[in-house]
Design a protein around this ligand. Structure first.
Ligand code: ADP
Ligand code: MG
Length: 577
């Protein structure tokens, strides 16, 4: 947490301490002056003295209030600033973090960390800025001044302070473990809620609503119970505090009364002493309250630091591509014996894949679900790095290149089409910010999306809702294909992008691609034979292994087992259509 606390500016710390010192000194003077009014003013009937001292006290009170306002303002605004900086840092980190690292923490937890954990820390920083100086100064000041009022009476604190500390330690050690658990439980709540939201249609379709509800209720109940217990325990702080304080005061009055009776101490001193006594005990309570919060904030700080300290497993190389020309005849994509294994897996999900494609050629990858097709796309994009073997883009090992440069040269249509909130135009411009309407319409035409976009209200200005939810699956796919085409690239990767299209549209799209994209490598990932048949080279994957490679004719010629199996099953299916 100290590492994050360093983000608090020195100016704020200094300003906050300054105002706290002013506030505490003004406050500490008040009981003493009350004592003086009683001892000198009232005892002698000196009204002048009473008025004068009263006026000074009023002034001090005003100073106390002003200093408190300034101090609170500084601590609140500074902690908000630190919170804001932390949130942006986390966001920035996540934006550049490699995919495997994001998967390690999980999306739900990342969201809790950037919101709830930061808030937690923000609050503690604010309290720390105030209390960590306030409580000790107040405590020491009150102890000293009460000693000045009556050294003998001050011995009472040798009993009441230890008693208070014992109570506080007991309460805190019961509450702290509960507080520490809150963050993990929030993660779990978020996870279930997120899954419920994103999967709401599936959950309904499978009648899993009951199950999900129970799961959520369970997590929600655990969360509630943990917090109720934690709060109940901490709520004991105040009564215990008051108990100790009141007992101390009773003792003070009993013993002090004796002193007054025998003339050892003026009445005013007793009144002031009682005030100092509560200041002293309160400062202990504030400190202990801080100490309860620190372990909880420590948990949050650790979770935030974990994210901030994460290093992408994928790092930039030093070579630069010429920044112009994204497409030309030199476009080339090569896999040399590429094997990929997830860090915690035993078996590789992709084994010894090799190919070499030139501009104008189409590579197709076919295989069942889980055979490693998307993994290949991720390797091309360098979202993953090959465990062994190498990937080359235009003859350069991608590990030597900058990630930005690689992605500038690759158009990628993910398996799950994803559009952003905005208009169709803003989505299309994501690929190429200066694309003209003409270019956009051409891309839409290639992607077979022109017809339906033309019919939309406003055409390119038509609003796209979050995630593109106001389009059908097939429309979303075609729009994300168009977006990839608008971006002129050396390599185009279509990960199962034709799956939601009917056979006719699929064929028209592939024909248009072949026609229009002549100076780039096109990679088509599909599960349908009809989508891959026309490719120059087909890689047949089965559980990460290449079980066939060559053109359609070659694969048929050699009677490739897996390929023929897929083909037969699909043609039989297709016969009726
Ligand atoms: N983040 C991950 N961690 C571990 N295994 C994964 C991860 N993502 C995918 N896999 C595994 O990798 C294999 C290949 O996945 P993928 O390339 O997505 O298949 P495909 O696209 O052909 O359906 C699958 O068996 C899947 O379980
Ligand atoms: Mg896939």
């Amino acid at each position: 947490m100290l590492k994050l606390a360093k983000r608090i500016s020195k100016k704020a710390v200094f300003g906050s301490i300054l105002f706290i010192v002013i506030q505490v000194f003004a406050e500490l003077n008040l009981p003493n002056m009350t004592s003086n009014i009683i001892n000198y003013g009232i005892a002698t009937g000196d009204f002048n003295y009473i008025w004068r001292t009263g006026a000074i006290m009023l002034g001090l009170t005003v100073i106390t209030i002003l200093a408190a306002i300034a101090g609170v303002y500084i601590s609140a605004s500074e902690s908000q600033k630190v919170g804001r900086a932390l949130r942006s840092d986390i966001f920035e980190k996540v934006m550049y973090l490699s995919k495997d690292k994001i998967d390690e923490v999980g999306q739900a937890s990342l969201i809790t960390r950037s919101t709830n954990d930061v808030e937690q820390l923000q609050f503690v920083f604010m309290m720390m800025l105030r209390m960590l100086t306030f409580a000790p100064i107040m405590g020491i000041g009150a102890a000293t001044l009460s000693y000045v009022q009556s050294p003998r009476l001050a011995r009472i604190f040798f009993i009441s302070v230890p008693v208070l500390i014992v109570f506080l330690v007991i309460i805190m050690s019961a509450a702290v473990p509960r507080f520490k658990k809150i963050q993990k439980m929030t993660d779990r709540l978020n996870l279930i809620f997120r899954e419920g939201l994103t999967g709401v249609r599936v959950i309904r379709a499978f009648n899993k609503s009951d199950y999900e509800e129970k799961r959520f209720k369970g997590a929600n109940f655990d969360f509630m119970r943990n917090n109720i217990i934690a709060m109940s325990i901490t709520s004991l702080l105040m009564p215990v505090m008051i108990l100790v304080l009141s007992s101390t005061n009773i003792a003070i009055v009993l013993i002090g009364g004796e002193y007054i009776a025998v003339g050892d101490m003026p009445v005013g001193n007793l009144v002031a002493f009682i005030s100092y006594s509560s200041m002293l005990l309160f400062s202990f309570m504030m400190l202990s309250f801080m100490l309860t919060m620190i372990p909880q904030a420590q948990v949050s700080a650790k979770r935030i630091n974990e994210v901030l300290a994460m290093e992408s497993t994928i790092t930039d190389g030093s070579k630069t591509f010429p920044t112009t020309d994204f497409t030309d005849e030199s476009a080339r994509l090569t896999f040399d014996d590429v094997t990929y294994k997830f860090h915690d897996a035993e078996k590789p999900v992709l084994c010894d894949v090799s190919f070499d494609m030139q501009a104008g050629e189409t590579l197709a990858i076919i295989g069942g679900t889980g055979s490693g097709k998307s993994t290949m796309a991720n390797l091309i994009m360098r979202l993953y790095d090959a465990t062994t073997g190498s990937v080359f883009l235009n003859g350069e090992n991608v590990k030597d290149l900058k990630q930005y440069d690689i992605r500038e040269r690759i158009s990628y249509v993910p398996q799950k089409a994803n559009l952003f909130t905005g208009t169709i135009r803003t989505n299309m411009l994501d690929g190429k910010p200066d694309a003209t309407d003409e270019e956009i319409w051409e891309a839409l035409e290639i992607a077979q999306a022109k017809d339906f976009v033309e019919k939309l209200d406003g055409g390119l200005e038509y609003q796209v809702e979050q995630g593109g939810s106001n389009f059908s699956g097939g429309q979303r796919q075609r729009l994300s294909i168009a977006r990839a085409i608008v971006k002129k690239s050396a390599v185009y990767v279509f990960d199962d992008s034709f799956s939601a299209l009917d056979f006719k549209t699929d064929a028209a799209l592939r024909y248009a691609l072949k026609e229009k994209i002549t100076d780039a490598v096109v990679v088509i990932i599909a599960q349908r034979i009809s989508s891959v048949m026309t490719a120059d080279e087909i890689i047949v994957l089965d559980s990460g292994r290449v079980v066939g490679q060559g053109s359609h004719e070659e694969l048929v010629e050699e009677n490739n087992e897996t390929y023929m199996e897929i083909m037969n099953s699909q043609f039989r299916e297709g016969e009726g259509q």
